[in-house]
Design a binder for this molecule. Structure first.
Ligand code: F0G
Length: 355
């Protein structure tokens, strides 16, 4: 492990003799067992920490494959539309490989950390006066007629790379979990995880298949509503998507696995966002918390989780959006004078009761 996705899973990826093999350290992310929430829900709960990838999200798994294949094809450059993480990842891998990278980002709708990444890695950033769906439509049209490689998840190499996360989950657990909870935006990741579990099953490397439990944000839940959402709204900007590219394959993942795709409200997302940080030490971004919000919602509505093995995918790090953390958590912060008495009294006041 630790050699990167292309090397580790080359037999299960579209890697040929001509494909350059490289890694920025993507994949092999931690699967952390819950200490608190799992006990309360009565299940064996794990978090797959995809924020530990080199650019802080799961996108790096698919991007390394997409960029390697683009290199193999001698492409001129790459392009994507993004709610932030795809652009950060595309920009980083392009920088590493010496490719030009163009990113189309919905103006004013992307967490600052992600925009900062794209800029720092040297991508050409086009701020589109429109939403993600509009930006993706433009990128698809443009790359149809120009020799520039589209690296959104409509590029199947992205999905191929992302499926390696389910290989890792199966390898660590010794089988697939009973349930996999995952946020759904453009729906590439739920598609990729399902593909990975099915392939491993066909190879006899996992006995069972998980139920795929996908969660959209209530104001951006086209799959749940059964129709595109023209003006998607949610605090979870990463999944503010009204017309997902992998809609049909997400529905297949749901139906073939016997799972669900449901919606969670912004309040439920924020509750889960705060909960996993303060009770589990896991700082995911709001979109990532949709997986945990979904688990809590299912538990409340009576899903029997007793003794089940459950994985929640934490798709990106909370550090992408520090402003939201500062403004939305109840911080335990006091201002103190720089002397020992002030420190002592502040600490006495905040000691846990009974200590
Ligand atoms: N979580 C995070 C942190 C994301 O950035 C995304 C998607 C998702 C979940 C949803 O995954 O689209 O495969 O269903 N971000 C894309 C982007 C759209 O442009 O970075 P999905």
């Amino acid at each position: 492990m630790g050699v990167g996705v292309l090397q580790q899973y080359r037999d299960l990826l579209p890697v040929s003799e001509e494909t350059p093999i490289f890694s920025m350290g993507e994949g092999d992310t931690p699967l952390v067992r819950s200490r608190n929430l799992g006990r309360e829900l009565g299940c064996d709960l794990f978090f797959k920490l995809e924020g530990c990838n080199p650019t802080g999200s799961f996108k790096d798994r698919g991007m390394v494959v997409a960029i390697a294949k683009a290199m193999e094809d001698n492409c001129l450059g790459v392009m994507c539309a993004s709610t932030g993480n795809t652009s950060a990842s595309a920009a980083a891998y392009s920088a590493y490989c010496g490719l030009t990278c163009w990113v189309l980002i919905p103006k004013g709708e992307v967490a600052l950390g992600k925009l900062a990444q794209a800029m720092a890695y040297g991508a050409r950033v086009l701020l589109v006066d429109g939403n993600f769906d509009a930006a993706l439509a433009l990128v698809r049209k443009f790359t149809e007629t120009h020799p520039i490689t589209l690296v959104n998840s409509v590029n199947q190499h992205r999905i191929e790379g992302q499926k390696t996360a389910s290989f890792e989950v199966s390898d660590v657990l010794g089988d697939a979990p009973d349930y996999l909870f995952i946020p759904v935006g453009n729906a590439g990741n739920i598609t990729a995880y399902w593909r990975g579990f099915v392939e491993y099953h066909q190879l006899g490397r996992n006995e069972s298949l998980p139920k795929m439990m996908g969660f959209q944000a209530e104001g951006a839940a086209p799959i749940v509503r059964g129709e595109p959402v023209l003006h998607p709204q949610t605090i979870a900007s990463a999944i503010r998507i009204g017309n997902p590219a992998s809609w049909k394959s997400a529905e297949r993942a749901r139906d073939q696995s016997g799972g669900v795709i449901d919606a969670v409200s912004d309040d439920e997302i924020l509750e889960a966002y705060r909960l996993i940080a303060s009770r589990e030490g896991i700082f995911g971004e709001p979109a990532s918390a949709a997986s945990v919000a979904g688990l809590l919602k299912m538990h409340r509505s009576g899903l029997a989780l007793d003794g089940k093995r459950v994985v929640c995918v934490i798709t990106g790090t909370g550090l992408k959006d520090p402003d939201l953390a500062v403004s939305s958590v109840q911080a335990h912060t006091v201002e103190v004078q720089p002397n020992l008495e002030a420190i002592e009294s502040a600490i006495m006041e905040s000691l846990p009761s009974g200590a």
